[in-house]
Design a protein around this ligand. Sequence first.
Ligand SMILES: C[S@@+](CC[C@H](N)C(=O)[O-])C[C@H]1O[C@@H](n2cnc3c(N)ncnc32)[C@H](O)[C@@H]1O
Length: 399
Amino acid sequence: MAAAPGPNAELIKAADEFAAAVKNFDGDAMAQMKLLKEADRLRFLLESPFDRMMKQWESTSVISALHLLVETGALEKMPQEGSVTPKEIAALINIEESAIARALRLCVMEGVAVETAPSTFAHNAKSLAYATPGMREFFRITIEQLKAYVKLPDYFKSHTQEDLFDLKKSPFAWAFGLEGLTYYEAISHNPDRFNMFNQTMTQMEKQVPILGMFPFSSMQAEVEAEPERPFVVDIGGNRGHCLVAIKSEAPNGFGAKMILQDREDVIGSLTKEDIPGIETMVYDFFTPQPVKNAHIYYLRRILHDFYEPVCVKLLKNIASAMGPTSRLIIADMILPDRTDMAGDMTIYWMDFSMMMLNGKEKTKAEFEEILSEAGMEIVKVWPFAFGTQANIECRLKRG
Ligand SMILES: C[S@@+](CC[C@H](N)C(=O)[O-])C[C@H]1O[C@@H](n2cnc3c(N)ncnc32)[C@H](O)[C@@H]1O
């Protein structure tokens, strides 16, 4: 068996850099993300191959314990303050108390909940997150996807290579016995999954930020000069959270319309109070864009849902509505040309996740290619301060 690495220069250097960065840490969110990444790196440098496998076993056990506690409502039944015994929780949800105790102990080992006295447990901030709507749905959708991930080898055994690119043959839909439906039809097929997905879209602000890239506030003079043109059309905008965020930089949309477009059931699930001051529109982005000559067409986390030929169709529909000064802002991650262990993980797990629904993360060159095919060009890439998230500002090709 391969031994654990002994003391070595790389490990010592990483530890020294980590210690220095911790001493300078001022609570800044980006610095915290970088430190977490460095802490992972330290562990990777220290562990043997077997340590890695053990860690994975631990992680899958903890995830399964959390799954049990979330789905049975055990975490929700724990008081927000004060302690409780597994026996007391068991009485509320009709589950054998030892199963609850064993699952809770595993969670405590990873810092989720605390054991305040022998076999007495209490929430901490991390366990409370799993009992909070929104965050809980975020966790639940990872489990939903896991169910499809474990079937991937069988998917490939039973499908042709081309099937992976067929919108009606996604690994996700197949895993749930829904082959023939697109991913989004499969999402809508089950109300619980539909809600889980929509709640999840409004989370992840830290890993997938909305603001801090393209300066929406800089559009003020331009929009106020032509307020009859819509300010932002958010295509596939889900619950309107991006428009709400953009509005915080552009009060009242600088006097112009802000329009949210999505599928019928998504738009139908929203109330006016959810998105004050935002107009909604049921729209299929595989049809020509009906809102003409807007200042900005905004496309966040849409292109990564699809492979290139589908993206080109979608982009052509937007191009057909754009005027000479319209901007298209693509908010997506940009796949680095090379994988670096110390880099941000988000894009890689997201890319694998997108494979389940006939999509992929793309490099800058791949974005340039699909945009060019749709008659557009990149004006500027606005990267986020950390990770691979960016806003790609585009316009109709000139010259
Ligand atoms: C990955 S989510 C992204 C949501 C949002 N833009 C964000 O970044 O949080 C994709 C969105 O596209 C919507 N969508 C899927 N197919 C669509 C279609 N054919 N026409 C319009 N919207 C669609 C989904 O309902 C969902 O809200």
